[in-house]
Every structure is written in structure tokens, then in C-alpha cells.
Design a protein around this ligand. Structure first.
Ligand code: FES
Ligand SMILES: [Fe+2]
Length: 447
């Protein structure tokens, strides 16, 4: 039996029991106490633009058909037949007015209502034996959207999504609202890695410290806009609401226009961004001189914004990726990686940005490949008996008295708390939310 209070106490002081990265008991607690109550991302509205469009996505073992019904309402329907429990929809995405169960062919409308039961009269005695009208696939207990991002909660009474997102919305807009047209997602590419799901989530939350070494070859081959990977130490780390992320320091003294040109955006997009973002949001770029890079929204949704050099002529093209760390087990994760781009951008920009994304991230992206080797290794090492004796040091940025080595940044335009330079503030912030969920009693998160 795991000593959960002991684990959480160690995590609370930044000393992380290595076993949490590969432990069946911890995984069961994550399922029962975390994924049963948090808001979990499923899809983006741009993936299902027309009535009948659907994608099938999971929250751990629970499969949902995320569908736009005939009236345009976005729904998340539990993909389990009311009859004997077969998965009703076996395709990953498509367009359908109805879903027919493969087993005995009960048929459901795309709003979930049961429409057809074969041999209804002969087998059931018609509506007297089994009334179809009030039968429907189970809806997700709670569903809501922000900037087209569709979230569900398995808790029927969660806090309002907007309230839960809190100050992280300020940062979320940089990735998902560069214009009133909003963002559109392409993908996802999906693949499985033999790594614990928490490692990727923590990495994107705030690990700018790994970049100079793990991603040194990205600089070596000239893919990086910056000539030195150790420039990452000038970036700011921020924590806001349930999210946290990293930023890159932009050249000093640049105007909003110059800074976004440096990042590779064409002028017409920069003008639109200036009109779309609030004055405070524009201030992150213009006054504080930072541009958002990687981020994680607790628990398992991450974002990345980067601006590599994509050809021999030195063209800089920015891209955004949305990614999800979908737990399969304590030692396996399905990665879902989408390319995200402003829906109002030119076709030329979308093409270049997609190219930039594929060079860096996605199943063959260079950053992705560099990262994953580390994460698989951590997971393997965490399974052994010696790992049960090891507390990993995740205290970077703290003194022995648990005080920050340097004060939070003054004058950082964004909400929340920000520190410049390396530190593991964000990973501890992520882990403290993880601890809160795991430490909650079962009743508090029961379905
Ligand atoms: S299990 Fe679906 S129709 Fe029987
Ligand atoms: Fe990385």
C-alpha cells in the first residue's frame, strides 16, 4: 500500500517520490480523484464545424462522441450503447445524422436520442414493452467551451469553466484567439509513448531548463531563431489559475509591431492581434518584452508556440500546437498533437506555419523526438525497487527555507506570479494541484 499522506508531504516540499511516475496505485488514484472531477479537454469546435460532424475522444477509459447535432449544438455523448454496452461509434471522426450500434443495430440520432430498435414490435411488444422516446445516450455530466475549446467534466457539479480557467484565460488567448475568427485545429496526430502522462504535462508547464541541453541540436542545425539555446534563461515563467507556462525574451525596446515581426507574423495578422487582444495582453509583448512559448493547463492539456527558421533563405515562421497527454496506464501515454492556426490567416501563412510545426513537433518533429527519449527513460527507471527509495529534487528556485531565491518579477504585464530565469515553480504549481486532487477524499469527487 502506498503511503499517500507521505507522498503528498514530500511533493509539497518539492521532493518528488520517483515512483509516482510509474505506479499502478497512483494511477488508480489519478483516475478516481483527478480525472473524475477536473475539466478535461476533448476537442475544438473547428474540428466539427457542420451539423453531424463528430470526433471520438476519451477521458481515460470513457469514450465520448463529440458531435455537432442537427441544430448546431455541440454535445459529448458517452459512446456506450444502452442495450448491451457495445461502443456505438467505432470510427475516429466523420459525419453522421445517426449512429448505429454494430451489435444489434439500435440507432441513435446525433443528439443522442434513441431513434430505432430493430423488431421493436416483435421483440419488445412495441412502446408498451419499451418506450423509445425518453431514451438517450448518456451525456457527459458537464460540458462547456472557451475560445472553441470543448471541455467536459465527469463531475456533474463542477465550478463554471470560465471561473475554473481564471487568470489562465489571459494566456490562453495568445494560443487560441489571435483574431475574432478564432483558431482552427488540424489533426490530431496520435501516437503512444511508453512514458507516464505527468512528465509531458510538467515539462510543458515550465521546464525551460531542459532546452539548452536536450534541444541543443535544434540550434546546431539552424532550426532555432535564436543563435543560443541558453537564451531560454532570460525568459519568464508564470503561474496563473490552473495553468502555467514559459515565455521567451524578445529583443529589447521593440514596439508591438517589431516584436511580432521578429516572431515571424505578417503585418496584417499583427494589426488584427493588436485589435483582438486587450491592452494588458498586448503589454506582455510590448512592455514586458516576452512572447508565450510552452504552457500546460492542468491537468493534461499543453500548448506550444515557437518560431523556427524554416528554410535556407532564413524565413521565420511561427506555429502553435495544442497537445494532450492522454493517460493509457501508469507507464503509457497517448499523445494527441494538433496544429493550430488563426482561422483568418492567409493560405500562404497557414502553409508555412504548418511546415514549421511539422519540423518541430508532431510524431516526427525534432523537439518531440528529443523530449520523448528522456520521458521514456524516467518512466522505466521509476518502475524499479530502488526508485521507491528516491526523492527527486524538484526544488529549483527555492532556498533551504522554502523561500524563492529571487523575488517574483515586478512589472510583469500578465496576471499571476512570474519569475525570470530558470526555476521549477511551475512544475511545483502543477504538482500542488495534482496533490490537492489526490488528497481529496473519495466522497468529494464521487460521480
Ligand atoms: S449492444 Fe447495442 S444494440 Fe445491442
Ligand atoms: Fe522539450
Amino acid at each position: 500500500m502506498i503511503d499517500l499522506p507521505g507522498v503528498l508531504a514530500d511533493v509539497g516540499r518539492g521532493m518528488i517520490p520517483a515512483r509516482i511516475y510509474n505506479d499502478a496505485e497512483i494511477f488508480a488514484l489519478e483516475r478516481d480523484r483527478l480525472f473524475s472531477s477536473a475539466w478535461i479537454f476533448l476537442a475544438h469546435e473547428s474540428e466539427i464545424p457542420s451539423p453531424g460532424d463528430y470526433v471520438v475522444r476519451r477521458v481515460l477509459a470513457d469514450s465520448f462522441i463529440v458531435v455537432r447535432d442537427e441544430n448546431g449544438t455541440v454535445r459529448a455523448l458517452f459512446n456506450m450503447c444502452l442495450h448491451k454496452g457495445m461502443a456505438v461509434c467505432r470510427a475516429e471522426m466523420g459525419n453522421a445524422s445517426h449512429f448505429r450500434c454494430p451489435y444489434h443495430a439500435w440507432t441513435y440520432r446525433n443528439d443522442g436520442r434513441l431513434a430505432g430498435v430493430p423488431f421493436h414490435a416483435e421483440a419488445y411488444g412495441g412502446d408498451d414493452g419499451f418506450a423509445r422516446e425518453d431514451q438517450s445516450l448518456l451525456p457527459a455530466p458537464a460540458i462547456d467551451t472557451y475560445n472553441g475549446l470543448i471541455f467536459v467534466s465527469l463531475n456533474a457539479d463542477p465550478p463554471a469553466l470560465r471561473e475554473w480557467l481564471g487568470d489562465f484565460c489571459y494566456y490562453l488567448d495568445f494560443y487560441t484567439r489571435q483574431s475574432p475568427a478564432g483558431v482552427q485545429l488540424r489533426g490530431p496526430q496520435r501516437w503512444r509513448i511508453k512514458a507516464n502522462w505527468k512528465i509531458g504535462a510538467e515539462n510543458f508547464a515550465g521546464d525551460s531548463y531542459h532546452t539548452p541541453h536536450t534541444h541543443a541540436s535544434v540550434v546546431d542545425i539552424g532550426l532555432s531563431r535564436e543563435p543560443k539555446a541558453n537564451k531560454r534563461k532570460e525568459g519568464a515563467l508564470y503561474m496563473a489559475g490552473p495553468g502555467s507556462g514559459t515565455t521567451c525574451k524578445l529583443p529589447p525596446g521593440g514596439s508591438f509591431l517589431e516584436q511580432l515581426r521578429y516572431v515571424g507574423y505578417p503585418d496584417e495578422m499583427i494589426v488584427t492581434m493588436a485589435a483582438t487582444w486587450s491592452k494588458d495582453q498586448a503589454g506582455l509583448v510590448e512592455e514586458s518584452g516576452f512572447m508565450v512559448s510552452a504552457a500546460t493547463l492542468f491537468p493534461n492539456l499543453s500548448f506550444v508556440h515557437n518560431w523556427p527558421v524554416i528554410d535556407a533563405a532564413g524565413t521565420v515562421a511561427p506555429f502553435i500546437s495544442v497537445r494532450q497527454w492522454q493517460p493509457v496506464s501508469e507507464n503509457e501515454t497517448e499523445v494527441l498533437s494538433w496544429f493550430a492556426v488563426d482561422a483568418g490567416a492567409s493560405e500562404h501563412f497557414k502553409r508555412q506555419s504548418y511546415r514549421a510545426y511539422l519540423m518541430c513537433f508532431g510524431s516526427s518533429g525534432m523537439f518531440e523526438q528529443d523530449d520523448v527519449e528522456n520521458w521514456v527513460s524516467i518512466t522505466e527507471m521509476a518502475a524499479g525497487s530502488m526508485a521507491r527509495r528516491l526523492l527527486l529534487n524538484s526544488r529549483m528556485g527555492l532556498t533551504s527555507e522554502d523561500k524563492p531565491v529571487k523575488p517574483p518579477m515586478a512589472g510583469f504585464s500578465g496576471p499571476g506570479v512570474a519569475y525570470q530565469g530558470f526555476g521549477e515553480f511551475n512544475q511545483r504549481h502543477w504538482l500542488s494541484q495534482w496533490s490537492e486532487h489526490l488528497g481529496a477524499r473519495d466522497e468529494a469527487t464521487s460521480l
